[in-house]
Design a protein around this ligand. Structure first.
Ligand code: TEU
Length: 541
């Protein structure tokens, strides 16, 4: 059965949502306590980042036990309670499955290290490493004990890539997914799932740090079909999303077209690299709007034509806040936040809201490297210093780009530590919490706009299901698109700049009605005038 396109997903980084024990780390009971808030927002699914046992070297993406709850985040009984409790709110739980790699503290790796041949074949071991780079900096291979061999780790040295070629590995991983299905979970997010297909013979590749050798290999599609069949494909109400690293449109169509029987939808990250200089993350550059538009238009149209489906998002736990990247937040935080929201919620795909986005949260702008916890940020700072950047240059880059930007505690009210925790938060709260917090924003323009967007998707099939065509392609300030569903048409114009822009309005739309805007409504005529960061959606029935 095809999943419900009216649904909106809300992402929770459990570590930073709500702490009920005072240990400074958010927990499952904290999430339970916020279900009424999520119901008020109107979301249908909550995606939880990993809360499984883990040394936390990569904040839980280094899993040492796939089928348990890390005591930091409460217990399995609390998880079972959460699964029960969400039902009353009409919410589903989406779990994060990190099946490309496991922690080197996982018993599989430990047994392999101890010499067990069966478990050695769970990993990618070679006598000769290739020249591939780790995504967290440095070499992607590390010595495997004192065997003289090397193991592959595309991420941190403590995240060993699993050998999906081995049928025993696949069987174990499918058992993991089924363990959580047995607990009543039907929605899954699969971490870097387009990297699971490694060739038998691994080759050097100087292009893009070796990425083409292990990204989107044809065999990854075969593995996804097997995963689907052995696990969630058996549930009529499942919903799945794959995180696709460094991917392309043809592969994403294949991953997400229902005829392929792989996944329901895909995340890609190309639109969040438009402020990378020469494609490099650890640089500073204003965003390239022309590139952003081209990416949205080509992905939007080609996914639409090919029957693929995208997960649409501006923020997640790996990204600095989009508001800080794309908007003049000092002057237009409300307008910018609502415009960004409309530009994806009215587009074709399933929208994802990252916690705090619905109240317009901002980057914390920490003042010292000592505030940063993330392994990628710390490695990057050292690499920038080694490459000759001064302390302040390197710090400015980390401040703008660190993943910790989005991982700061959720801002609930203006009391100490935003009442995220009564203890010392694991990551320092952002400076803005006295002004930007749920208590204050819940009746404000951003939160209420999100409520409206979520509600509109439920009543208008053109939003949930309509096709996508680009509009006003040549305008240098506006990102616009049209949706079509039967005889209905919807035009959505988004002004990405702090200036007023005028464009002609085609005749057909002059007779339409304004469905939504983040400014007071004006009558439609032959010209539309878009104010700074204005979004305007016009519906023709
Ligand atoms: O991220 C995959 C990924 O490619 C990241 O390296 C991303 O591009 C980077 O964080 C942006 O700077 C996933 C998870 O979302 C991330 O949190 C994990 O660290 C990573 O996989 C490894 O599991």
């Amino acid at each position: 059965m095809v999943f419900d396109k009216k649904k909106v997903v809300y992402q929770i980084y459990p570590k930073s949502y709500k702490d009920t024990t005072g240990n400074g780390v958010g927990d499952l009971r904290g999430i339970i306590s916020k279900l009424p808030y999520l119901e008020e927002l109107g979301v249908d699914v909550i995606w939880l980042n990993p809360f499984y046992p883990s040394p936390q070297r990569d904040n839980g993406y280094d899993i040492s036990d796939y089928t348990a709850v890390n005591p930091l985040f409460d217990s399995m009984a609390d998880f079972e309670d959460l699964v029960q409790k969400v039902k009353a709110y009409g919410i589903d739980i989406m779990l994060d499955m990190v099946l490309n790699h496991c922690s080197t503290e996982h018993e599989w790796f430990q047994k392999a290290l101890a010499g067990d041949r069966y478990y050695q074949d769970f990993f990618i071991l070679r006598d000769q490493p290739t020249n591939w780079a780790s995504k967290f900096g440095g070499n992607a291979w590390a010595p495997f004990g004192d065997t003289g061999k090397y193991y592959l780790h595309l991420f941190d040295v403590t995240q060993a890539d699993l050998n999906w070629r081995n049928p025993h590995v696949r069987k174990e991983l499918f058992k993991v997914v089924n363990f959580w299905r047995d607990k009543g979970v039907t929605c899954f997010r699969f971490d870097v799932i387009n990297l699971i297909g490694k060739d038998e013979v691994l080759k050097d590749n100087d292009q893009f740090d070796g990425k083409p050798e292990y990204t989107d290999r044809p065999i990854a599609h075969d593995y996804l079909k097997m995963l689907n069949q052995a696990t969630f494909g058996q549930d009529s109400d499942s919903m799945t999303v794959g995180e696709m690293s460094f991917t392309d449109i043809p592969n994403c169509i294949q991953y997400s077209n229902p005829n392929s029987h792989e996944l329901d939808m895909v995340f890609n990250f190309h639109h969040l690299k438009v402020d990378y200089d020469q494609g490099q993350k650890w640089t500073l550059k204003p965003f390239d709007f022309a590139e952003l538009k081209t990416l949205f238009h080509t992905w939007g149209e080609e996914m639409s034509e090919g029957g693929g489906w995208s997960a649409l998002f501006w923020n997640n736990h790996d990204q600095p806040r989009a508001l800080n990247r794309f908007v003049d937040v000092e002057h237009f935080r409300n307008e910018g936040a609502t415009m960004l929201a409309a530009s994806i919620h009215l587009s074709r795909g399933t929208p994802y809201i990252y916690m705090g986005e619905e109240i317009g949260m901002l980057d914390p702008d920490y003042e010292s490297m000592a505030n940063y916890v993330d392994v990628e940020s710390i490695n990057a700072y050292q690499a920038l210093r080694s490459a000759g950047k001064t302390e302040s240059q390197a710090f400015a880059i980390v401040q703008a780009k660190s993943r910790d930007n989005s991982r700061i505690p959720m801002q609930w009210n203006d009391e100490e530590n935003a009442v995220f925790s009564t203890g010392q938060p694991w990551l320092q709260v952002g400076k803005t919490y006295r002004d930007i917090n749920v208590a204050k924003e819940k009746s404000g323009p951003i939160f209420t706009f999100y409520q409206e967007l979520i509600a509109l998707r439920k009543i208008l099939p053109i939003i949930a299901e309509g096709s996508y065509q680009s509009a006003y392609q040549d305008n240098p300030y506006i990102y616009a698109f049209e949706r079509q569903y039967g005889k209905q048409r919807l035009l959505v114009c988004n002004n990405f700049f702090a200036k007023t822009v005028k464009v002609p309005l085609p005749k057909a739309y002059q007779e339409g009605r304004v469905l939504l805007s983040n400014y007071p409504e004006e009558a439609l005529s032959d010209t539309i005038t878009l104010k700074p960061y204005q979004t305007l959606a016009i519906l023709v029935d």
